[in-house]
Write a protein that binds this ligand. Sequence first.
Ligand SMILES: NC(=O)c1ccc[n+]([C@@H]2O[C@H](COP(=O)([O-])OP(=O)(O)OC[C@H]3O[C@@H](n4cnc5c(N)ncnc54)[C@H](OP(=O)(O)O)[C@@H]3O)[C@@H](O)[C@H]2O)c1
Length: 312
Amino acid sequence: MKAVVIDGFGGVDQLHMQNVDNPEVGRGEVLVRVCATSVNPVDLKIRNGSAAKRMGVELPAILGRDLAGEVVRAAEGVVGFAEGQRFMAMANGTYAELTTAKADVLAPIPDKLSFEQAAALPLVLLTGAQLIERAIKVEAGWTVLVLGAAGSVGRSAVHVALKHGAKVIAGVRASQVKEAQFLGPEQADGDRADRFQVIATDDPKQFEKLHDLDAVADTVGGPTAARALKALKPCGVFGTVVEPPPDAAQHNVRVVRLVAQPDASRLYELADEVARGEFTIPIANTLPLDQVQEAHREAESHPSGKIVLKAA
Ligand SMILES: NC(=O)c1ccc[n+]([C@@H]2O[C@H](COP(=O)([O-])OP(=O)(O)OC[C@H]3O[C@@H](n4cnc5c(N)ncnc54)[C@H](OP(=O)(O)O)[C@@H]3O)[C@@H](O)[C@H]2O)c1
């Protein structure tokens, strides 16, 4: 099969489409023809080397965490996967024509979603949901500041927090405030619109007004996260999907760093909410897999949505 392989760490020229052996289907696994995948920040960080060591990446490596495709065959003893059925998953090695995934991480693709739409979803939906539900354990009535709310993980976190009855403050760049106004009301009834507001986190005056937050859901880190820590109430929760600020432990708050895990049933529920128009994960561009270098270039240029890769 053809796959995008990296043999070294560095720029986009490390990404090469080449012939490799078909993956072997291990116990409990399903072989899937990849119809579409998408670029996530972690792919860029592995390719450029900044996250490779932390993640234990060995070369040569096939990147890709999002899978949307069709069943080719299931391992012996695995039931419920007929050839041609459409599934999605948070998986590994998806920049390829074929990949394998454990049967229990695969979720059916809602009928209304194309492979390209589905490919934008698994990692970011599960990460946003698990940040709110597993790391922060949000409760109805809490006030939660979501940092990076205009991003893909942030949108998922905003949606899930609103669903749980929280008041959500969407923290975005000043340039994203207009677009972010639609994150709440677009998806919501009147009640939810009342529980939603947007602030520009690069405007110190807006930040200074925040205090006594129950929780921060951080997807950006750095100085913005460090400022947000100070706006938490005593014993509040700072949940993050990136590095927490270095002095986080010195604050009287609970700091939780989340590493997202596959969860097929939650993925299906969230993807179905996307299919029903409750919220969106925008797609900025779709390119064939053999244009992966261009896809990474675009993903690095702060697009206003995901870059999807479809089978070439
Ligand atoms: N721990 C895990 O398991 C896990 C899983 C998935 C993702 N992640 C990490 O989560 C992060 C977000 O991922 P993503 O897919 O959501 O990326 P994304 O779609 O690029 O979203 C990030 C958003 O944050 C915005 N942003 C950056 N700095 C900001 C700041 N100081 N204030 C306000 N907004 C800011 C970005 O705007 P610009 O584009 O203008 O910079 C962008 O809209 C990445 O670092 C990714 O590696 C972790």
